[in-house]
Design a protein around this ligand. Sequence first.
Ligand SMILES: Nc1ncnc2c1ncn2[C@@H]1O[C@H](COP(=O)(O)OP(=O)(O)OP(=O)(O)O)[C@@H](O)[C@H]1O
Ligand SMILES: [Mg+2]
Length: 859
Amino acid sequence: MPLVEDSATDEAWSRPISAVLETLGATPAGLSRTEVETRRRRYGLNQPLARRRRPLWLQFLTRFLNPLVLILLFASGLSAATGNVTSFVIVLVMVVLSVSLDFVQEMRAEKAVDALRRTVSVRVQVRRDGVEVSEPVDQLVPGDVVRLAAGDLVPADCRLIEARDLFVNQAMLTGEPYPVEKRADAVAIPAGNAGQAPGTVLMGTSVISGSAIALVCRTGDMTAFGQLSGTLQAPPPPTAFELGIRQFGFLILRLTIFLVLFVLAVNVLFHRPWLESLMFALALAVGLTPELLPMIVTVTLARGAMRLAKRRVIVKRLAAMHNVGAMDVLCTDKTGTLTEATIRMVRHLDFRSEESERVFRLAYLNSHFESGIKSPLDEAIIAFRSLDVSGWRKIDEVPFDFERRRVSVLVTDGTERLLVVKGAPEDVLRQSTHYEGEGGVEKPLDPAARAELDALFQKLGEDGFRVLAIASKAMGPEHASAALGDESALAFAGYAVFLDPPKASAMAAIRDLTGAGVAVRILTGDNERVTRHVCAELRLPVTGLITGDDLRAMSEDALRARLPKVNVFCRVTPAQKERVLLAFKRSGRVVGFLGDGINDASALHAADVGISVDSAADVAKEAAGLILLDHDLSVVHEAVMEGRRTVQNVTKYILMGSSSNFGNMFSMAGASLFLPFLPMLPTQVLLNNLLYDASEAGVPLDNVEAEALALPVQWDLRLIQRFMLVLGPVSSLFDFLTFYALLHLFNADEALFQTGWFVESLATQVLVIFVIRTRRSPWLSRPNATLAGLSLGAAAVGALLPLTPLASFFGFVVPPASFYLFLAAAVVTYLVLVEIIKRVFFRYVAPRRGVRGQVTLRR
Ligand SMILES: Nc1ncnc2c1ncn2[C@@H]1O[C@H](COP(=O)(O)OP(=O)(O)OP(=O)(O)O)[C@@H](O)[C@H]1O
Ligand SMILES: [Mg+2]
């Protein structure tokens, strides 16, 4: 029986691996491709349920679960029962149309973004037909054999076949933050929590160090991770932007409830037909709710994501689009971002600064046998020249970590047993008591010798070289394993020297970002001298520098006080990277982090915008919201611009909805106070709203001017509220003048009044987009063609509808020709009025904040 269907779950984990292989019909050489196909049909994709989508038709139907829509349908159903079938049909058609418009657009946008997301899916090394290939994680089936290395996410629930110094982080499943060692040879464990079994690794955990070959036992929903529902897989907390949108929704909701109750009360007071009054109030409520808002937000963000994809930037989380537009500090690592991705080893020096074959051999042994994180430095050592190490065997290893900054391997060639250490010079020298002097003779590392070695290291750093120190220690044959404590009393052998030249494009990229109001900060695990050298080459003045040691001694307040000045943080540990990021956040900055290593994952999590690269460690990729397909700082600037563009366009929609549209509905509620009839029929209100919505569908495509993108764009609910308060009363005053004109100039009866007000209110609230969409004068800013077409089209449809056969259906009458003259005059007057208000508003009430590139702390 296959293990995945085994319900006595824990028992399965405690059988010997050979038995598990047998039940799964697997071998360490992997499955055949045909077998994989068969199993995939049976077990499905390796995707936990929470990430899967509900079927389309269900998603479509749930859109109707909006209480407003339900009450409206119910009310119109009632009115159909009392004989008014036409209105019921119209309401139904209108509701379906508007939900479909919304649904189709949002679906298309999400599908496009999903497709993009898949291009950067996490991959796994898996054996198929006896060869190791790289496949997307969702392609795994039970029985697959995978290879895991440091930085990988464990792709499914697996049993270990082989493991070397394997440590995993299980915090996601068990909450314990410390690395847990896993062993393949672990004897059968008593039934219990599978996560505690030393011979298993589970989906949702990640490899911290070491490597393993593992057998996939459970995939998708059957994994422990897949079985967890709710809490642990909860979506990330909402961003400031999402909260703002929600807040705006509540604001409108409160006003809507107030208006609806008001209208109902008035109508009841005047003894009007209650069903029609209810429907009118509900239609008003539908007109008021910015029901398109979620769709407009999604579509706008998705449009931005598509545009960025052309620049080879993949947006994994749509909300990151907004944050990247609001970002005013970008923290970045150094290697690969500011420097070329390929590091070269150039020299291997002994204590006299002379080339030494021994230093190279020790470095090579260390890099060759190290099984933890393979850093570019190791690759550089191995690529320098190949060396025959077949006579050597690794006995044990103390894996690399970013706190110690060194890695040791215990190796033997049959005669001698050697601990070879390689790491950051400061740290390795601190652990050394001797050095290999003339002829390889060990000499005590007295203060004078120490000073000399230090000076050599300093000199290399000032010349821009990256340096690792190499040391060793002879171990007795009784030493069968290596431990942290063995890394002491070392004999320093020499330095491996690397060239990691600055990237030509980085200088321009930093300039662009700074010019756009995004301060660039460097957070690196490397030392001060090398970092200063890189900064000098990039002509990036170091305005302040803090080291990891400084940080350790620094209080939160002291750190925050220094943040505005300090632009380089060096020799920082992963935890310190996170701390600096959080400090930026607490001082009110919107902070991005760009990094690619295992050591960057927690900082990426903490950042408002996590940016990583496609080649990054799984854990870093997983934590990031944006993935750069090319490791290049200059595309970050593009992403920033795109993010700002999306926020500006969403803001346009909201300004429109909260000013003109809102004003109209408000006036209508007021009009019902003194009119002896309804200012518009419920179906007319709905039609008005539908046409308005259709015109707004072009907003996500709109152009945004350069000056609106020059500085970080923060979501600003206060601005919207103030705009509403300023424009609202003026707009209402104008509406009441229109009512007056209709009643007294045209002696309108009920039907004509409703027709006239329908046409006029639609034209004004749709056409005002041309004024609101820009801070410039409308004629100095070109709108997007689709937006312009949709807006003019909607206004025209509204104006001409009363002249068509459909008119009687909606209760319209043909207005006199003079009405159209009046309409033109009214629209022009209204637009001019709004333009004047807009200028006053942006001049005196809400001027643009900040100066280009200025570094200020914002609260
Ligand atoms: N493979 C390795 N072997 C030994 N020491 C290493 C190795 N990799 C890194 N180190 C040491 O650890 C330090 C920190 O690592 P690293 O430079 O990768 O950190 P980082 O924060 O990712 O820096 P960067 O900003 O350059 O990406 C290095 O400066 C080096 O001294
Ligand atoms: Mg790095």
